[in-house]
Design a protein around this ligand. Structure first.
Ligand code: ATP
Length: 311
């Protein structure tokens, strides 16, 4: 007798973290958000989200950061799953299992990444076949970074970051990330940025041509000159440890450094993989950050790991 065919159980989606190669922060808008011009870059430091049919809605978080991630309705992945159910008219509970490697409150959009993964996973699980526009609109409602995490690669973000257009790039780049576990709240960093710039006249932000040229040519030296982040002074003001970390990486041979998003993760650009691994060893020996990891970009946006896992 042949083995019975078991029903499909779950869908697993992998999703990258992001670093902002450029983050230009414009004036604060009437809705409280700042207008941004940013170049997002996805890196292969990833979370995965498994969506399985269940008797009731629930969420489990695995990995070293699990105790810092909510497991109730406030989890962004859960909000994303609820949104797919609502748009698709689904009345079936799901259990989400997040395997988390992206640092929490690290400026690498970990929560947004999980939300993007949950959108894709639940859409596949329930076969709701949402259009790309429906997914993008749901993503934008969940958070400014979520649409980019659906897209991945390297992309220009405008508006409050939710309007995303892919950028032409060549080759790939090696990064070392120095993680600090005492996270920074994104809202607090923007507030500090406003405080530091209170007397300045802030123009509407526009992307730099130097960065676009560097990416189009896949030129790591040009890229090293083009990294910039308007939130860096604010993040360093709230956590002065970041400046020491940045100086240490540069002293150990990093081509360039920038605070990732709102911090406190510090990103270092290396010439190549060997350079990144050397830098990782040197920074780890310094004991200056809580964790040091290597990642490569650009990486793919939220994508199915397997069609459907059959148990
Ligand atoms: P960003 O780079 O988008 O500003 P971040 O990487 O600094 O974000 P997140 O890791 O996304 O920060 O988490 C910010 C807060 O969101 C956490 O402190 C946590 O309370 C909450 N949160 C909700 N859902 C999640 C999730 N799935 N993963 C991590 N944090 C989550």
């Amino acid at each position: 007798m042949s083995a019975p065919v078991l029903p499909p159980r779950g869908v697993s989606v992998r999703v990258p973290a992001k670093v902002n190669l450029e983050l230009r922060v414009g004036p604060r808008r009437a809705d409280g958000f700042h207008s941004l011009s940013t170049v997002y870059h996805a890196v292969d430091l990833t979370d995965s989200v498994l969506a399985e049919p269940a008797d009731e809605w629930g969420i489990t978080v695995l990995g070293p950061y699990a105790d810092r991630v909510p497991t109730d309705e406030s989890n962004l992945a859960m909000r994303a799953a609820r949104m797919v159910a609502e748009i698709g008219g689904v009345d079936e509970p799901v259990h989400l299992t997040i395997d988390k490697a992206i640092p929490v409150a690290g400026g690498m959009a970990g929560g947004s990444a999980d939300a993007a993964a949950a959108l894709v996973a639940c859409d596949a699980l329930w076969q709701t076949e949402l259009s790309r526009t429906q997914l993008d609109e749901a993503a934008a409602e969940l958070g400014s970074d979520v649409p980019f995490l659906l897209t991945g690669g390297t992309a220009l973000g405008s508006g409050r970051g939710e309007q995303v257009v892919p950028v032409l790039t060549q080759g790939s780049f090696h990064w070392v990330f120095a993680l600090h576990h005492d996270g920074l709240s994104t809202a607090a960093v923007y507030a500090e940025c406003d405080r530091l710039r209170a007397d300045d006249d802030i123009p509407e932000p526009v992307p730099s041509q130097e960065l676009m040229t560097a990416l189009r040519a896949g030129d790591v030296d040009k890229l090293s000159l083009a990294l910039m982040n308007d939130l860096e002074p604010a993040a360093c003001s709230l956590n002065p440890r970041l400046q020491q970390t940045m100086a240490a990486g540069l002293a150990h041979g990093a081509l360039a450094t920038t605070v990732s998003g709102s911090g406190p993760t510090v990103a270092f650009l290396a010439r190549d993989k060997a350079g990144a691994l050397d830098l990782m060893v040197a920074l780890s020996a310094d004991n200056i950050a809580d964790e040091v990891v290597h990642a490569r970009g650009p990486a793919a946006g939220a994508h199915l790991l397997s069609d459907i896992t059959v148990r």
